[in-house]
Every structure is written in structure tokens, then in C-alpha cells.
Design a protein around this ligand. Structure first.
Ligand code: CAA
Length: 261
């Protein structure tokens, strides 16, 4: 793989851990770091046959502190467009991948870092994490998906409060407003992320992917169309070996062995 600014390890049960690894800048996504993340997501992620991808940050202090402000300050309009278009492309690939993803938010998740966490399916935060969108302090606003994904996850009011003020919030507050799903002690965040990933990895992968698609795509449709999509997807699940195995295992009072077929 040969990446400089990310690390990837494949653990048991097909759980992959991708760490953004630029701790000297709190894992801020400069071009090289974003390119490493993007190359992994575009080229390696689809071939790893993962059941769950966990994304986290190296160094113990930050998940990702955002886009790289020093680099952005030197960009012209065309360069900023290229940078932003690429971030959108990669975050969309994470969001729409059939593989579920968990952001293990182990410190600062700010701006483009919080937006990366929002592109993941689930967010688990360390009690030391700080989250927010400081962009308006820099004369921009969360434009790597944040103004759209935050509103869909937290509702307009809370998203506007966070985005207009640029204030950071604690992990507990993020939990209260639905920006993260779980808060855990800092020292055990990876253990807890692995436990959550392990639970998902034990389930029928095609069913989990179908549920992801039904929720993600369905929430963008009107209810009639969304219910139609849900039916199409459950029909496709019914027609799988895993469905036969899951129901058979239940009747035989044993754990199922799913193969993703
Ligand atoms: N870009 C570039 N460098 C960054 C960075 C960023 N987003 N965040 C942190 N760093 C660098 C700092 O410049 C510093 O480098 P030096 O040691 O070379 O000076 C190093 O990381 C450590 O940071 P601090 O000394 O600032 O650490 P701290 O503990 O005092 O503060 C912090 C931590 C509150 C997170 C602070 O670093 C900070 O406010 N960072 C910026 C966060 C931010 O504004 N993010 C949004 C970026 S805009 C964006 O993401 C755009 C978008 O949506 C498209």
C-alpha cells in the first residue's frame, strides 16, 4: 500500500482500522494526507472485503483537526475547488460504500474532520473529544458536506447553532444532540469501537449493506418511493444464502455463519 499519512490494519472478523497519521498537525488533512485517504478509499477499500471500516486519528490528541489552514491560505480559487471537490468525492464514497463505517473520534474533530466523521455511518467519541465547525472564524463555512450532513443528522436548529457560532462542543453535548452515538472513556475508545464493529461484523453483511442503502437513499426520497426502495432491498436480501443460513441457524439454535452471499 505504501502510504505516508495513513495507516491501515485488518483485524479479526474483517474489521479494518484506518488511522489518519499526521499527528504533528493534529491530523489536519493537507493535500498529501487527503490524497492518501482518497487513494485508500478509492482503490484499496473496495478490495479489502471488509465487514466494517473504523476511521480514527493517530497521536491520541485529535481525530482530524480539519482541512489544512496553512495550505488553504495559499490556494487560489481553482486550487481550492480542486481540494474541495476531491474531499467531496472521497467523503461520498465512504458514505455510499456498501461497507459500514465507524468514526472513532478520539480527540479534536473540527471542520473537515467533523465532516469526515459525519460521512461515516456511526460515531463513537472519547470523553475527551471536542467537536465543531470553526470555519466561520476563517471566513468560510463547513463545505465538505458539513452544512448538509449535520442538518440531516441533528436538525437545522442545532446545526445552525454549531455552524454559525463556530464553537466547539464536548463529547457529552455531541451525544445529547445526536452528533455522536456513544461516548466512552478515552483509554478504551478503540476497544469500544472494535466491540461495536465486531457486533456489526457478526451480522449478515448483505443485510447490513441493504439496510445502509435503505436508510441513506430512503431518507432523501419521499416516503412512498422510500418504502418501494425498502421492499426492493428486502426482496434482494431474501434471495441470499445468508438469509437461508440465518433462519436455519435460528431454528437449529446455533450461531449463524454468514458468508456475504
Ligand atoms: N490546519 C493546519 N494546521 C493545523 C490545524 C489545521 N486545521 N489544526 C492544528 N494544526 C497545527 C497547528 O498549527 C500546530 O502546528 P505547529 O505546532 O507547527 O504550530 C499543531 O497543529 C498543533 O496545534 P495547536 O498548537 O494549535 O494545538 P492546541 O492544542 O493549542 O489547539 C486546536 C488545538 C484547538 C484544535 C487548534 O489547533 C485549532 O483551532 N486548529 C484549527 C481547527 C480548525 O479551524 N479546523 C477547521 C479547518 S477549516 C476546514 O476544515 C474547512 C472545510 O470544512 C472545508
Amino acid at each position: 500500500m505504501g502510504y505516508e499519512f495513513i495507516e491501515f490494519e485488518k483485524e479479526d472478523k474483517g474489521v479494518g482500522i484506518l488511522s489518519i497519521n499526521r499527528p504533528q498537525a493534529l491530523n489536519a488533512l493537507n493535500w498529501d494526507t487527503l490524497k492518501d485517504l482518497g487513494n485508500f478509499i478509492e482503490n484499496d477499500f473496495p478490495n479489502e472485503n471488509l465487514r466494517v471500516l473504523i476511521i480514527t486519528g493517530s497521536g491520541g490528541k485529535a481525530f482530524v483537526a480539519g482541512a489544512d489552514i496553512a495550505q488553504m491560505s495559499e490556494m487560489n480559487d481553482a486550487q481550492f475547488k480542486e481540494y474541495t471537490n476531491y474531499a467531496h468525492k472521497i467523503y461520498n464514497l465512504i458514505e455510499h460504500s456498501p461497507c459500514p463505517s465507524i468514526a472513532a473520534v478520539n480527540g479534536y474533530a473540527l471542520g473537515g474532520g467533523c465532516e469526515l466523521a459525519l460521512a461515516c455511518d456511526l460515531r463513537i467519541a472519547s470523553e475527551k473529544a471536542k467537536l465543531g465547525f470553526p470555519e466561520v472564524k476563517l471566513g468560510i463555512f463547513p463545505g465538505w458536506g458539513g452544512s448538509q450532513r449535520a442538518t440531516r443528522i441533528m436538525g437545522n436548529g442545532k446545526a445552525k447553532e454549531l455552524i454559525y457560532t463556530g464553537e466547539m462542543i464536548s463529547a457529552e453535548e455531541a451525544l445529547r444532540i445526536g452528533l455522536v452515538e456513544r461516548v466512552v472513556p478515552h483509554d478504551v475508545i478503540m476497544e469500544e469501537a472494535m466491540k461495536l464493529a465486531g457486533l456489526i461484523a457478526d451480522r449478515a453483511p448483505l443485510a447490513v449493506s441493504a439496510a445502509k442503502k435503505a436508510i441513506n437513499k430512503g431518507s432523501e426520497m419521499d416516503l412512498d418511493k422510500a418504502l418501494g426502495l425498502e421492499k426492493d432491498l428486502i426482496f434482494s436480501c431474501f434471495d441470499t444464502d445468508d438469509r437461508i443460513e440465518g433462519m436455519k441457524a435460528f431454528l437449529e439454535k446455533r450461531d449463524p455463519e454468514f458468508e456475504g452471499k
